[in-house]
Design a protein around this ligand. Structure first.
Ligand code: S3P
Length: 432
């Protein structure tokens, strides 16, 4: 993000937090539907597609690969390339989106052609070796720039493999599944930690057969996909910010309609309940394998601390910045361990959370794989550096609601990567 585009949002302390909202569609599901609809035969229509810039990077890439995309306020329509991607005339620009670059690499690798992927400065610093390993084992050829983008995938006929995913990453798992769908033979994989399973549900929704057992996942190659119509569930990772804001005030209340409640993501609610949030889930239903519900949450008189480690850290990876940002307001603090992956997200989220907590007067200890934040701390308003990272900008806007004095969030425009409506909604829901 260039300096000229940098916007500062000033967040004032609130007395309470109240609102009722239907959030834009889940970012992870939107990416997968955009990609699979772009490969499928026929016309797919998606209502409540994510408004975030990242899934729109995926849509733009699909257009370059030969899919036709129409954006209307009520829905996005994608006519797929019917199994045959065209050779793009230029580089596929993934913007800030790691999901686009990693998952799409797997989707295009079985196609004859040369596909070059580029991204912004943040994405160009993120590790890509993790997808080169399995895709080259399947016989694609991938050139990286010192382990990063720009990345060129030299695609062609692929062979199925067995892959034990060494790091907990749904993006890597997805790259292998998307390549395996179009390879020769049956691809199988195991995961050390069960990561979000939207790809498995999406592949089935688009007509692919995929087997899941305690031994892992299997997908047969040579399968074709058909178009679907879907309403995308609201994004639980966006809701996380407002759920944490609700936790901060005893009389706060928030209601989300049509919120994504996929069990591989909703561990967040269990943690927030353990911290004191009162949560009611109503009208739970399943659409294309994804659970959707109405969620009502009420605040707590006393906010309990938490320890987040092991598999929990992997499952809550996107929510850790906001949980850390509210940690000083808990009664016994928050410890986060086994979360080294945070260092290679859109920013080094451990370093940046620690620096911004200190800017608000908090005491915090940084670990290589996390941080420890004591509870019962009063924060003052401060100058926050988003580091051009959407989740950092939003996390500290939530911490600011209980601070003394105003907080200035520099680089607040980064929120648009996943949740452009965040600051306007925050203003209507926080009551002074
Ligand atoms: C995502 C997986 C996670 C997450 C990212 C979205 C996905 O990344 O942090 O925001 O949609 O699969 P990793 O797979 O790299 O952990």
């Amino acid at each position: 993000m260039s300096q000229e585009n940098s916007r500062t949002e000033v967040v004032s302390p609130a007395r309470t937090f109240r609102g009722s909202v239907r959030l834009p569609g889940d970012k992870s599901i939107s990416h997968r539907y955009a990609m699979l609809a772009g490969l499928a035969e026929g016309k797919s229509t998606f209502a409540n597609f994510s408004t975030g810039a990242d899934p729109h990077s995926s849509l733009a890439c699909m257009q370059q690969l030969g899919a036709s995309v129409t954006k209307e306020p009520s829905a996005i329509t994608i006519t797929g390339a019917a199994g045959n991607f065209q050779q793009p005339t230029g580089a596929l620009d993934c913007g800030n989106s790691g999901s686009t670059m990693r998952m799409l690499a797997g989707l295009v690798a079985p196609h004859v052609g040369t596909f070059t992927f580029v991204g912004d400065a943040s994405l160009s610093a993120r590790p890509m070796e993790r997808i080169r390993g399995p895709l080259e084992k399947m016989r694609a050829r991938i050139s990286l720039t010192q382990g990063h983008a720009p990345m060129t995938v030299h695609g062609g006929s692929l062979q199925a493999i067995h892959f034990d995913t060494p790091i907990a990453s749904a993006q890597v798992k997805t790259a292998v599944l998307f390549a395996g769908l179009q390879a020769q033979g049956e691809t199988s994989l195991t995961e050390s930690v069960r990561t979000r399973d939207h790809s498995e549900h999406a592949l089935r929704a688009f007509g692919a057969e995929l087997e899941r057992s305690s031994d892992g996942i299997r997908i047969r190659g040579g399968q074709s996909l058909h178009a679907i119509d879907a309403v995308i569930p609201g994004d639980l990772s966006s809701a996380a910010f407002f759920l944490c804001a609700t936790l901060l005030f005893p009389d706060a209340q928030i209601v989300f309609d049509d919120l994504g409640m996929n069990p591989s993501r909703s561990t967040l609610l269990d943690v927030l309940v353990s911290m004191g949030l009162k949560v009611q889930v109503l009208n739970l239903e399943e659409k294309h394998g994804e659970l959707i519900g109405t969620v009502q949450a009420n605040g707590a008189a006393c906010i309990q601390g938490a320890t987040i480690a092991g598999t929990l850290s992997a499952q809550l990876i996107d929510e850790l910045p906001v949980l850390a940002a509210i940690a000083p307001y808990t009664n016994s603090g928050v410890t986060i361990r086994d979360a080294k992956e945070l260092r290679v997200k859109e920013s080094d989220r451990i370093a940046l959370v620690v620096r911004n907590l200190r800017a608000m007067g908090a005491e915090v200890t940084e670990h290589e794989d996390g941080m420890s934040i004591p509870g019962n701390q009063a924060l003052h308003g401060g100058l926050i550096d988003s580091g051009d990272d959407h989740r950092i900008a939003m996390a500290f806007a939530i911490a600011a609601l209980r601070a003394t004095g105003e907080t200035a969030i520099q680089g607040a425009e980064a929120a648009a990567i996943s949740f452009p409506e965040f600051f306007p909604l925050l203003r209507t829901m926080s009551q002074s």
